[in-house]
Ligand binder design. Structure first.
Ligand code: ZN
Ligand code: ZN
Length: 148
């Protein structure tokens, strides 16, 4: 992880007047280090050793604060629990059908789709989401091993 990213994020927190508690700092640092788009529960499990008094609700509250100031994006998937992404630049996701892992990939933003949708439907378009599904390398290796 780049220390620079963490420092920038801390600066954003300071500028928005949000108090930087040790837990909030830890949640942010964990997210910046994580490439896997963790759930609140994943973050809780990773940090509970360090903060025995912290609850899942605290993690959620911290994530909400970070989301409100634009440092974190929440990805919702129907009734499954939300995943959190601290890469707030435009990017797309590929999701493993077997293990649920989410990986970032970059592709020029499909802005024509947004403007076409706007023209066709008259909606004011806010954003779009594109997800590609498949089987990740780890799961493919697992499958190959099981077949032998
Ligand atoms: Zn997988
Ligand atoms: Zn992402």
């Amino acid at each position: 992880m780049s220390e620079v990213k963490l420092r920038q994020a801390i600066d954003t927190l300071k500028k928005s007047g949000v108090r930087i508690t040790p837990q909030r700092h830890a949640v942010l640092e964990y997210l910046l280090n994580s490439m896997t788009h963790p759930t609140a529960d994943d973050i809780y499990k990773a940090l509970e050793g360090k903060f025995p008094n912290m609850s899942v609700a605290t993690v959620y509250n911290n994530l909400r604060v970070l989301k409100d100031i634009g440092l974190v994006r929440e990805l919702t998937y129907g009734d499954a629990s939300s995943r959190f992404d601290c890469n707030t630049s435009d990017h797309y996701h590929i999701i493993c059908n077997q293990c649920g892992k989410i990986v970032d990939f970059h592709y020029p933003s499909l802005e024509e789709v947004e403007s076409l949708a706007e023209q066709v439907t008259g909606f004011d378009v806010s954003h779009h989401r594109l997800e590609v599904y498949g089987t990740c390398n780890a799961c493919k290796e697992q499958q190959a091993a099981n077949e032998q």
